[in-house]
Design a protein around this ligand. Structure first.
Ligand SMILES: [Zn+2]
Length: 475
């Protein structure tokens, strides 16, 4: 998996690591096991960074289809590539960011007692016919038939599957509840008009949690816990969000909230009260309502991208599938349910949409695919001797700061100027870019440290860089 690592460290004279030589080393080390002392180099990344804008347009379709910033930027720097309408290849940087996001989600879900499972994407029609959603979901369900003529859909959500699974457990006791079961899997929706890249695609990653409680009071408490965990997640990612009252839609139940990231291209209209914490989806509120139901103050409207949705379901599904447990009086009782979704790929794209400038990607710092990019001087330039210092710095960082192992990338494209490589690094949004330029050759060598999220530029000695990097959080 880490075949992209190469062993440059074996070279005592790293400064002579010319383009040709580094190619030789990459080749020679390609089959060796990764490990300590191996360097991650940019030239071997599977990242079509050289895609020009006109090429992007020709692969994605007409330029008018590139309707949002995150889609355009993600295509330009090779984070995603279109496969078919509404379906994308996720390239290495994106998968790294997504794996980090899933780790943060796991921490939050397991922090409230969540247990991770994985249910099949292929979902038999009978299950959906029991709840009548085989018909109700209409064309949104992506349906297919196997060789025996048996009908299936590719699951967009799993209320039926999980409730049937719980119902199959005949000896559940109230003492075992609550169960908070969740998965992070690919979901499918036959979008009539997929658009905005990963924001509205036909195949996407979602975290869906289903909870089973022994009483309505306990289920309400669980509902609150999951909502708090969602708030904590978005806080940790540094994303401003709105928790809005929402419609229960085709999922059903009695109470629902949406977690929305406010942004202009958002397709949801939200009514927000500036004087209290009330907010609701306009669809829920009714178009005529101009005043806040909580404090009667005037409501303002904003647009949002829905990144999470919570539903208090009660016994809507457990009564259909007979998902029961034995209560404290020894009697069978229906489980009180909730379901809770987070759009994983959508959070990634929405975060990029919200945080980036028109030309440069910015990530929630915890999710950046690589935390640090090192830029050594151009080959055959006046500063070339500083390349060796940069090599030492790389090894020193990964040895002394084990949390940054695998997080430091060396931009070895030394045929390019520092300026050109800095421009690429700025576009890709590594939180920290460290340059060995002129001042690296002074008596006390100084590196140039760019903090991309704050725009600060610092000149630090090697010790200063090490001290500075101890603050970098990695999930
Ligand atoms: Zn209000």
């Amino acid at each position: 998996m880490e075949g992209l690592l190469t062993r440059c460290r074996a070279l005592s004279t790293w400064a002579t690591c010319s383009h040709q030589l580094s190619r030789y080393i990459s080749h020679r080390c390609h089959h060796s096991a990764p490990g300590r002392g191996q360097r991650l180099i940019l030239s071997r990344m599977f990242q079509p960074q050289n895609l020009r804008e006109d090429q992007v347009l020709s692969v994605e379709g007409k330029s008018s289809d590139l309707t949002c910033k995150s889609q355009r930027l993600m295509l330009q720097v090779g984070l995603i590539l279109p496969a078919s309408p509404g379906c994308y290849h996720l390239l290495p940087y994106t998968v790294r960011a997504m794996e980090k996001l899933v780790r943060v989600i796991d921490q939050e879900m397991q922090g409230i007692g969540g247990q991770k499972i994985s249910m099949p994407s292929l979902s038999p029609a009978e299950l959906w016919q029991i709840t009548n959603r085989w018909d109700l979901m209409g064309k949104e369900l992506l349906r297919l038939r196997d060789r025996h003529g048996k009908e299936y859909c590719l699951g967009p959500t799993h209320e039926e599957a999980i409730t049937a699974l719980i119902a199959s457990q005949k000896k559940l006791s109230y003492k075992q509840l609550p169960f908070l079961l969740y998965q992070v899997t690919r979901k499918f929706r036959d979008e009539p008009r997929p658009r905005f890249g990963l924001l509205r695609s036909r195949e996407f990653y979602m975290k869906d949690m289903y909870t089973f409680d022994s009483s309505p009071e306990a289920a309400q408490q669980t509902y609150g816990l999951v909502c708090d965990a969602y708030c904590s997640l978005f806080d940790r990612l540094g994303l401003r969000f709105i928790k809005a009252q929402a419609d229960v839609g085709s999922i059903g139940g009695t109470m629902s909230h949406e977690f929305q990231l406010p942004v202009d291209i958002g397709e949801d209209r939200l009514a927000v009260c500036p004087s209290c914490s009330f907010s609701a989806n306009v669809e829920t509120l009714g178009l005529s309502q101009k005043n806040c139901p909580a404090c009667q103050g005037p409501l303002t409207e904003t647009k949002g991208i829905e990144v999470g949705h919570t539903f208090y379901l009660g016994t809507k599904y457990s009564s259909i599938f007979n998902a029961q447990f034995t209560n404290a009086h020894g009697k069978p009782s229906l489980a009180e349910m909730g379901c809770y979704g987070l759009g994983v790929t959508r959070i990634l794209a929405a975060a990029i949409e919200v945080l980036s400038t028109e030309d440069c990607i910015r990530w929630p710092r915890l999710l950046a695919p690589y935390q640090v990019c090192l830029i050594p001087p151009k080959a055959a330039s006046k500063e070339e001797a500083a390349a060796e210092l940069m090599g030492h710095l790389y090894d020193h960082i990964t040895e002394a700061l084990p949390q940054l192992h695998g997080e430091v990338l060396l931009d070895d494209r030394t045929h390019l100027t520092i300026g050109n490589r800095l421009k690429d690094a700025n576009k890709l949004g590594y939180p920290f870019v460290i340059i060995a330029g002129k001042r690296a050759l002074e008596d006390s060598a100084h590196f140039e440290v760019w903090c991309q999220n704050t725009g600060e530029v610092l000149f630090l000695t090697k010790e200063g860089v090490m001290e500075f990097l101890t603050q970098v959080q990695v999930v």
